[in-house]
Design a protein around this ligand. Structure first.
Ligand code: TDX
Length: 351
């Protein structure tokens, strides 16, 4: 089986590639244009594996997408390429519409033309897997029931709106053309190789370096967390089992307030590498809140677990400790990124 995977140099895409290479016989065509958030190091093992090929191309380049489908003749698509950082979408929404909406349409059009030309047998087993986020559902108040596949869409950030639009396009292709596409929506991912602009890696990196830990507002916003390797396992299970037109919500039932996540990271670091200057909680710095900051996300992942025969392996506690250890052991990787990005990029330093 040959899988055309977009965004394979990104945080989640690279975890999927590592899993596919380790646990399946699949061949992978990794379409990635190498944005600021790309980490080829995350799939170092793939560089010498003949089952993996990287094609440098922008998903929004329709001609390039058609040429890639023609050259590589895939049996399935896993579409992960996306701009994903909410704060960047607030500063510049256009790039999010370009990659997430125009890019998804471009991949869909190339995939539809490819699928229509397949033999009936190959067309019947072809799948287009669109990987999305719970942010498309808007946000929850304390006590609200978690998101399900039936929750109406109500995106609130430019990023979430662009992902919602891409989900709608995928479903429209299924309804209009009978195209065998399905969607998975996940919650906040964390783990190895996450770009150090997101809350968990940023907090670990700043805490290691004794810098302020920026917490937006009062830190009371709630996120639902899943380890990226658990998400990757869910995505691979979905590719094997999900039916066209379906939606599966992949999560691990681990809600936490941001302030508790930050304190948890401080506690793990204080235990593993005590700071002579004192507990790292002293570094917590409450900063100006994100505009339109979604209050709470939570996913009911029970139906997806039952349908896909998949269960996350990490609790948030074990996953967070493993992640802190990984960032300690791989400091050279994130330190190089931070050195490159300090000139102008927003990496969450205190406002
Ligand atoms: O410095 C920070 N301080 C802070 O308090 C940063 C970067 C974030 N935060 C808060 C904002 C959020 O409530 O922490 C929470 C997590 O923030 P992010 O890591 O930016 O993630 P979030 O906005 O929740 O979105 C993430 O989850 C859903 C991903 O970035 C999305 O791509 C995914 O779709």
């Amino acid at each position: 089986m040959k899988i055309l995977l977009t965004g394979g140099m990104g945080f989640i895409g690279s975890a999927v590639i590592r899993r596919l290479l380790r646990t399946t016989d699949a061949r992978i065509v990794n379409v990635d244009c190498l944005t600021y958030a790309a980490s080829p190091e995350a799939i170092e093992e793939a560089a010498s594996d003949p089952r993996h090929v990287h094609v440098k191309a922008d998903v929004a380049d329709t001609a390039a997408m058609r040429a890639i489908f023609a050259a590589h003749d895939p049996d399935a698509v896993m579409h992960l390429a996306a701009e994903s950082h909410v704060d960047r979408s607030i500063d510049g929404p256009a790039a999010f519409v370009q990659t997430n909406v125009t890019g998804t349409l471009s991949v869909l059009e190339a995939a539809l033309a490819h699928w229509r030309a397949l033999t009936p047998e190959r067309a019947a087993s072809f799948r287009f897997h669109h990987v999305s986020t719970d942010e498309v559902f808007g946000h929850l108040e304390p006590g609200d029931a978690p998101f399900t596949a039936a929750t109406p869409y109500a995106p609130r950030s430019p990023y979430a709106a662009s992902k919602a639009a891409s989900d709608h396009l995928v479903r429209a292709f299924h309804a209009t053309y009978g195209f065998p596409a399905f969607v998975t929506n996940t919650c906040n991912n964390y783990g190895p190789w996450q770009f150090p602009e997101k809350l968990i890696p940023l907090t670990i990196a700043n805490a290691v370096e004794g810098k302020p830990l920026p917490v937006y507002g009062r830190g009371e916003n709630v996120r639902d967390w899943i380890h990226v390797d658990d998400h990757a396992a869910g995505l691979v299970a979905a590719l094997g089992r999900a039916k066209p037109g379906e939606t599966h919500l992949l999560g691990a039932h681990a809600e936490a307030r941001n302030i508790d996540v930050v304190r948890g990271i401080c506690a793990v670091l204080d235990r593993l590498v005590p700071d002579p200057a004192g507990p790292r909680e002293r570094l917590i710095s409450f900063v100006t809140d994100r505009p339109g900051h979604d209050f709470r996300y939570a996913i009911d992942a029970g139906p997806a677990m039952a349908a896909l025969g998949w269960t996350p392996a990490y609790s948030f506690e074990t996953g967070l400790e493993a992640t802190v250890r990984w960032y300690l052991e791989n400091a050279a990787w994130w330190q190089a990124i931070r050195a490159r990005n300090y000139a102008g990029q927003r990496l969450g330093t205190a406002a």
